[in-house]
Design a protein. Structure first.
Length: 413
């Protein structure tokens, strides 16, 4: 009888533990809690020592002032007043002198106490000002790493994933937070880079077969002896191939435009808008759409090709999604409040306000215009939004009263 084979052994478990091991004496670690405890405890001790010293000096001064005798005995048993006690006069009886002396000592004691209180209050005010100033400076010193982390996070929020905190200093909670944040940024950068590389490689790989298909279709369409049905099929396939090429180009541009623009040059939005209008003029004339508007100089720092793509996408959308008769598109550029603005307004169908956010999503169109539309591949506004964000700006769409849209692109100067 054959022996039963032994079941396969389980694969070995990974021995790598991503969690960092704790030091042998964690209570000796210079944490923020220990540092703040030592800091504020030391400040309290220093303030107490200063306050006790000032009170001692003021009390000693008050006691010296209160011990000054208001009278002095003159030779012959008579007393003479030194002027500090106005109630003592020459020729007084013993009872009158005792009463006057008692009142004089009481007045001197009260004056010394008042003097001590006023000086103590002044010392307290001075110490409070010094303590608040020192505490503010030390708090800024302690919290400066948090400010550095916040500034880096804001730069990263602008899609600049190359930034790192790289915090130096003691191995405390803030450095641990900084190192964790840097590790997270490393993973995010690798993930975004891999995604963009995949999209770019896929787009490049798809370009070759599409170009071959276009060439073959154009060769067959150039044959004068081809049947009419084959000619019609070739034109349909060529149009489908052209839409696929547009989709690939749009995906590639969308992948590139997600990064922040590093190499910036002066670009005039008026010139960019004029070039976009020239490219869309033939289509506008074919559809009977008037293109108008005043374009004032508005120079920004950015990439001229990508900014021209924003203007071209907006103008083409405004021309294509328009009314059948008496349609118009208004393109305006201006400088306002330290920002450059590109404004594209058009007539067209009424757009509900709840659909405004959807038109910026990839492959999203209004209502029934989904896959069967010849007006584009659904990436124009997505590309425009990505390019605007990469330049540190934004794009806003608003429904126009009577139909159409108002597209506003705002870029920092």
């Amino acid at each position: 009888m054959a022996a039963t084979p032994a079941p396969p052994t389980a694969p070995p478990k990974p021995t790598w533990d991503p969690k960092s091991t704790e030091p042998p004496f964690p209570w000796l670690r210079p944490t923020i809690r220990i540092r703040l405890t030592l800091l504020y405890g030391g400040m309290f001790m220093i303030a107490g020592i200063l306050l006790l010293s000032i009170i001692y000096l003021l009390a000693a001064s008050a006691l010296r002032a209160g011990n000054e005798l208001p009278v002095q005995l003159a030779p012959g048993g008579r007393f003479t007043s030194n002027g500090t006690c106005s109630g003592l006069v020459d020729g007084m009886t013993a009872d009158q002198a005792n009463i006057a002396l008692k009142a004089c000592f009481s007045a001197q004691r009260q004056h010394a106490l008042d003097n001590l209180l006023s000086r103590s209050l002044l010392a307290l005010v001075g110490l409070s000002v010094i303590a608040f100033a020192f505490g503010y400076a030390m708090a800024g010193r302690v919290l400066s790493p948090l400010g550095r982390i916040t500034r880096t996070a804001r730069r990263v929020a602008g899609t600049d994933l190359t930034r790192r905190i790289e915090l130096d200093g003691p191995d405390d909670e803030l450095k641990e937070l900084s190192d964790t944040f840097d590790e997270m940024l490393d993973r995010l950068e690798r993930a975004f880079t891999a995604q963009q590389r995949f999209v770019a490689n896929a787009s490049h790989e798809l370009r070759t077969p599409l170009a071959i298909n276009r060439t073959l279709l154009e060769v067959h369409l150039s044959d004068p002896g081809a049947p009419v049905e084959l000619q019609q099929l070739g034109k349909t396939l060529l149009a489908t191939n052209e839409r696929s090429e547009q989709l690939v180009e749009g995906l590639l541009l969308l992948a590139r435009s997600d990064n922040e623009i590093v190499d910036r040059k002066p670009v005039d939005l008026a010139e960019v808008a004029s070039r976009a209008i020239d490219q869309a003029r033939a289509e506008a004339e074919a559809k009977g759409v008037e293109v108008r508007g005043e374009r004032a100089p508005a120079v920004v720092q950015g990439n001229g090709v990508l900014l021209e793509r924003i203007a071209l996408n907006l103008v083409q959308n405004a021309v294509r999604y328009n009314v059948a008769e008496d349609g118009w598109v208004e393109v305006v550029t201006e400088l306002k409040d330290g920002h450059a603005t590109l404004l594209v307004t058009n007539t067209g169908p009424v757009v509900p306000a709840y659909e405004i956010d959807n038109i910026f999503e990839p492959f999203r169109r209004l209502r029934t215009e989904r896959t069967g539309s010849d007006k584009g591949v659904g990436l124009g506004l997505s590309i425009a939004r990505s390019v605007a964000r990469a330049h540190g700006g934004r794009i806003i769409a608003e429904p126009r009263e009577g139909g159409g849209l108002v597209m506003r692109v705002t870029l920092p100067v």
